[in-house]
Write a protein that binds this ligand. Structure first.
Ligand SMILES: Cc1cc2nc3c(=O)[nH]c(=O)nc-3n(C[C@H](O)[C@H](O)[C@H](O)COP(=O)(O)O)c2cc1C
Length: 400
């Protein structure tokens, strides 16, 4: 209801934003083409430097460009956020938040709603989690029918609720069951099946290389490793040596996940591991432009910094996306998530950020946004859009 009122109240603004979206997408497309042509025609020395990083990666012959993936995050990578991230550019693939196969196969409306996506979110992988191979197969079929480009199987979630049901990272210590699931799902769908795993259950049972080989043998089209164990949850740092190990043992594409907070982190990981792609999760909550900035930095271009006006528009677009998707009380919390990241780095702006985080309604936030971005236009934004490690821990707390 709220969103409809908004749509009819200010058609001009919506038309302006729709045009801007189309323009942004066209500019992004042209930019990628220019970068690829540049690689092809640059002198040998420079070319060798640029060639260190992959331009794209392939899943069963389908080329995805650039090799940067929005990592699945429960409560975060829903359609409103995915659309905002996609608009910022530089995304080769998007993965939905995980969806319960129990919910899907028992007709739970919310689980089915979680599968919905807009055409502009493609290419998209729908991630499912569960234990029972028959329900996993059935859910994969539902995901394929919903139009997914890929079905991703979650073997990494450390949450008690998920693990106690046998799914998520529990499958890393139940390989016979994992094998059954992989075989059933592979047989049931015609689109590629990908799998996201952790290093192992605990540091005494690190088995990700064995699991990756099993995934390849059962017809998996890509494996993604988040290099922490289940017991580790989000503590410490992800072990990217394991990504390199997996890469040495399988011939399907390998993506790595964990602690990529700025373009240089991604480049270092490509260099060190030879991985085909990288997943970015918390770094994208902090800065949805990170994919575009990474792609540009990999190609020796200045990373793009959005203008205050653009950031303001993006926040409002996020609000409108959210209102289409959920009741107003949900919108407030999610707006605070993105505002906490966007409203930083302006001298004298800290009190506005605090006021936004204390707001009881989106209407209360809107004049604060106006005030903040007006200040940003005058004084500029000092800090680059980037996340601090202490916030990463805080964000992980809200995760699974
Ligand atoms: C809030 C939150 C929710 C997450 N939900 C999922 C999920 O649904 N499925 C999944 O495979 N991983 C999930 N993850 C793990 C991330 O995809 C990623 O592997 C992990 O956070 C490490 O990468 P990062 O340091 O780039 O965030 C989640 C992480 C967070 C912080």
């Amino acid at each position: 209801m709220g969103s409809n009122q908004n749509l009819t109240a200010r058609p001009g603004r919506f038309q302006y934003r729709a045009t801007l979206t189309v323009l942004t997408r066209r500019v992004n497309r042209v930019l990628y083409l220019v970068l690829i042509i540049r690689r092809l025609i640059s002198p040998a020395g420079e070319n060798r430097r640029l060639m260190r990083y992959p331009v794209s990666f392939k899943i069963e012959g389908r080329e995805l460009l650039p090799p940067l993936v929005l990592s699945p995050m429960a409560g975060v990578t829903d359609s409103p956020f995915r659309r905002v991230a996609k608009k910022c550019g530089g995304l080769g693939l998007i993965v939905t938040e995980f969806i319960s196969v129990e919910g899907l196969t028992r007709g739970n409306l919310r689980s089915h709603e979680m599968m919905r996506f807009k055409p502009e979110e493609r290419p998209i992988a729908i991630q499912i989690f569960g234990y029972d191979e028959v329900r996993m197969r059935w859910a994969a079929e539902i995901a394929q029918e919903a139009g997914a480009d890929f079905v991703d199987i979650n073997c990494g979630c450390p949450a008690k609720k998920v693990v106690n049901g046998g799914g998520g990272s529990n499958l890393l210590r139940d390989l016979p069951q994992l094998k059954k699931i992989l075989i059933e799902v592979r047989r049931a769908i015609t689109i590629p099946m990908t799998v996201k795993i952790r290093a192992g259950w605990d540091d005494k049972s690190i088995n990700c290389v064995e699991v990756a080989k099993l995934i390849e043998d059962c017809g998996g089209a890509m494996v993604t490793l988040h290099g922490r164990t289940r017991v580790q949850a989000y503590k410490g740092w992800a072990d990217w040596d394991l990504v390199r190990e997996i890469k040495r043992h399988v011939s399907i594409p390998v993506s790595g996940s964990g602690d990529i907070l700025k373009p240089e982190d991604a480049m270092r990981r490509f260099d060190e591991t030879g991985c085909d792609a990288v997943h970015i999760g918390r770094g994208a909550i902090a800065n949805p432009y990170i994919f575009r900035q990474t792609w540009e930095t990999m190609n020796e271009l200045e990373p793009y910094q959005p203008t205050p006006r653009e950031m303001h528009d993006l926040l409002l677009e996020f609000r409108d996306n959210l209102r289409e998707h959920m009741p107003e009380r949900g919108v407030i919390g999610r707006m605070k998530m993105l505002s906490a990241q966007f409203l930083r780095g302006v001298t004298g702006g800290a009190h506005i950020r605090t006021a936004v985080l204390r707001s009881q309604s989106v209407e209360e936030m809107e004049p604060l946004f106006e005030e903040y971005f007006a200040l940003a236009e005058i004084y500029g934004i000092d800090a680059l859009l980037q996340s601090a490690p202490d916030e990463q821990a805080e964000l992980a707390e809200c995760g699974v």
